[in-house]
Design a protein around this ligand. Structure first.
Ligand code: NAD
Length: 446
């Protein structure tokens, strides 16, 4: 099938490479000429395990091309996927400017039947808007070409995106057009191999499914974080509590790891967008609002622990904190809404210096913190520890799970660890001579 993907970010590029891998002819369109130039030279601008090889192989075999020209991408395509960003506006609502722009450009350039597929996460009702914008542009051209607008939200996780796309838990297709449904069924057949995995539904239900899924996952995270905070106060260990509740199959173990709050390009904005949608209809979504509030508080739990620890030693001003992990989670270079940003902002506002290391997000972090003279990004994990007053672990990269504790003690000015991901055992840390603070467990001292 001929496929056009508009927007070559995490979702667009992964979808494009995975469609091409199954033999489809894919043209990727992006407005950013720098990204297109890089991709045409064989350089992938985002970090995603397995993606670079997939892009290289399919580009070499001629099934994957990149351009800034939407008309070129549209020319032969039957399916046109919209995978542009949908960021939050300052009031928390979803900014559809890029989706609307693409819809207008499609209406201005199409010359034959197209299936326009919203893969970006967009509020309920967006497909109707996209349909209207395309129809309006066609009217301006005096044309009455047939087209369908479908909702096909994406559920891939950054860090495991290629696997998620290749072996999805489900593929949601929202359409009332039999013609479009038939083509999408064929396109997705190699991925959603059992019939139950392809779930057909109405357009609005498909749009809503994406928000409901992300809000459910965010709720699980805020729930366990709240339980963790109470555990800590009453002297319980949240890791034991997690095992205890997860064994109930109605609850399960997934997504109930306490930490420094959720971040990334999806959960924060999608939770806020659903709150906004509900309010537009006069409904106050109390549970989802609390999920958001609990998360904002959780992002500062670690910096509060650090400030409290140093409070009776003159505070954090002039002190140095080493930080392991900056990306919003492991296996990605994505810094969008990362808890590290809130933690660093909170501590540097009080004069603390930060020496940070991340296995892949270093360059993006340098850009993020370029105006903050108190932040220095290091390329070496142990080098970041040198002469720091303590270490904070913020992202759960595997290489932080079993570090060389002797080396850590040698580099740090004092053996103090604030662990935002509960990577270590409190009893082990105290036996190794560390003062150790984690989430939802009593502090341990040597
Ligand atoms: P991204 O910011 O990584 O990529 C978006 C790309 O779209 C950019 O390269 C940008 O240059 C391009 N773009 C913007 N306007 C354009 C236009 N008019 N024409 C062509 N290209 C244009 O975004 P992303 O993380 O891939 O997310 C895209 C959408 O998918 C969002 O709605 C997001 O919520 C959703 N989503 C993201 C994830 C994820 O893990 N990142 C997962 C599921 C769903």
């Amino acid at each position: 099938m001929n496929v056009c993907i508009v927007g070559t970010g995490y979702v667009g590029l992964v979808s494009a490479a995975c469609f091409a891998e199954m033999g489809n002819d894919v043209v990727c369109v992006d407005v950013n000429p720098h990204i297109v130039e890089m991709l045409n030279k064989g350089y992938v601008h985002i970090f995603e395990p397995g993606l670079e090889e997939l892009v290289a192989r399919n580009a070499r075999d001629g099934r994957l091309r990149f351009t800034t020209d939407l008309a070129e991408g549209l020319a032969d395509a039957l399916c046109v996927f919209v995978t542009v960003g949908t960021p939050s506006k300052p009031d928390g609502s979803c900014d559809l400017i890029y989706v609307h722009q693409v819809a207008a450009q499609i209406g201005q350039a199409m010359t034959s039947y197209k299936i326009v597929i919203d893969k970006s996460t967009v509020p309920v009702g967006t497909a109707d808007q996209v349909r209207e914008i395309i129809a309006q542009e066609l009217r301006k051209r005096g044309l009455d070409l047939p087209f369908d607008v479908v909702s096909n939200p994406e559920f891939l996780k950054e860090g495991d995106a290629v696997n998620d796309f290749m072996k999805p838990d489900r593929v949601i297709v929202g359409t009332d057009s039999e013609r479009a449904a038939k083509h999408l069924e064929a396109l997705y057949a190699p991925y959603a191999r059992s019939r139950e995995k392809l779930i057909m539904m109405g357009v609005k239900s498909a749009e809503m499914t994406k928000y409901a899924a992300n809000c459910m996952l965010a709720t699980k995270i805020s729930f366990i974080n709240e339980i963790a905070n109470i555990c800590e106060m009453v002297g319980a260990d949240v890791r034991e509590v997690r095992m205890g509740i997860g064994s109930d199959h109605r609850i399960g173990y997934h997504f109930i790891y306490p930490g420094v709050g959720y971040g990334g390009s999806c959960f924060p904005k999608d939770v806020k967008a659903l709150i906004n949608t509900a309010k537009e209809y006069g409904y106050k979504p109390r549970l989802i609002e609390s999920v958001d509030l609990v998360n904002s508080r959780q992002k500062l739990m670690l910096s509060n622990k650090i400030k409290n620890y140093f409070a009776d030693q003159g505070g954090v001003k002039g002190r140095t904190l080493a930080m392991w992990g900056l990306a919003f989670k492991a296996n990605t270079d994505d810094m969008r809404e990362a808890p590290s940003i809130d933690i660093i902002r909170d501590l540097t506002a009080e004069g603390m210096r930060i020496r940070a290391f991340d296995p892949v997000a270093g360059d993006k972090a340098r850009e993020t913190f370029k105006d903050n003279p108190l932040v220095e990004i290091f390329d070496e994990q142990y080098g970041a520890l040198e002469n720091a007053d303590a270490l904070a672990v913020v992202t759960e990269w595997n290489q932080f799970r079993n570090p060389n504790f002797t080396r850590m003690k040698r580099f740090l000015r004092a053996p103090i660890v604030f662990d935002g991901r509960n990577l270590y055992s409190p009893s082990f840390m105290s036996s190794e001579g560390f003062a150790y603070f984690s989430i939802g467990r009593r502090p341990a001292r040597p």
